[in-house]
Design a protein around this ligand. Structure first.
Ligand SMILES: [Fe+2]
Ligand SMILES: [Fe+2]
Length: 216
């Protein structure tokens, strides 16, 4: 039976394996980006095939849900459109009054889904790519803020929707999301995108779209 210590040793070994593999990649002359490797292409192809086959039954629904975010534009434009959609939900929420508890409940669910899908795309594709491109500090800061996004969602989902403090919390939450989105749109993403080759950029767009389709 595996002990705690055994597990730790395994973790350490796999960490060493990973760093060996990283060194091997570098010694092959690859850049910090590995988006163009054959392995990635194979995984991407399999993911795309899986997405098409596995989701065929409700593909239409997902495309509709995906809406503007999954159809056109580079990855950063997709994410920007999603920021805009989330902020629009906030504004509709802020226009409710304390008697509209059912509507608030539905809108919080809608906001939770939108932000969860968005965070997943960033955390599974864009932030790891930022770390590979020596922007780990930015990626860590942004991912840390996603934790507070989830905290607000947790609190609002579990709060009485007629509570007089409800809108105050929504307003604070909106400020956090707007600031976070601004940092991504105006600082972090442009800096990163400027250093991508067209192929790397296209690959990130494809990965974000696949992730979004799977989350929709
Ligand atoms: Fe983000
Ligand atoms: Fe974002």
């Amino acid at each position: 039976m595996a002990t705690r210590n055994d597990t730790r040793t395994d973790d350490r070994t796999s960490g060493e394996d990973r760093s060996r593999s990283n060194r091997a990649n570098r010694s092959n002359g690859r850049s910090a980006f590995s988006w163009g490797s054959a392995d990635t292409a194979t995984i991407l192809g399999a993911a795309a095939a899986g997405a098409v086959l596995g989701l065929a039954a409700n593909y239409g629904r997902k495309l509709i849900v995906q809406g503007v975010s999954g159809i056109a534009g580079d990855w950063d434009e997709v994410l920007k459109a999603e920021h805009k959609m989330a902020l629009a939900i906030f504004d509709k929420l802020l226009a409710t009054d304390d008697s509209q508890t059912f509507k608030r409940g539905l809108m919080i669910k809608q906001l939770t889904h939108a932000l969860d899908k968005h965070a997943h795309e960033e955390e599974m594709v864009v932030y790891p790519a930022l770390r590979e491109a020596d922007q780990a500090g930015d990626a860590d800061k942004l991912e840390g803020e996603h934790g507070y996004v989830k905290t607000y969602l947790y609190e609002l989902n579990n709060m009485e929707k007629g509570n007089p403090e409800f809108l105050t919390k929504v307003r604070q939450f909106r400020e956090l999301v707007a600031e976070h989105a601004k940092m991504e749109e105006e600082q972090v993403f442009p800096l990163f995108k400027a250093r991508l080759t067209p192929e790397q950029n296209a690959k990130i767009t494809k990965l974000v779209n696949i992730d979004g389709l799977l989350q929709a």
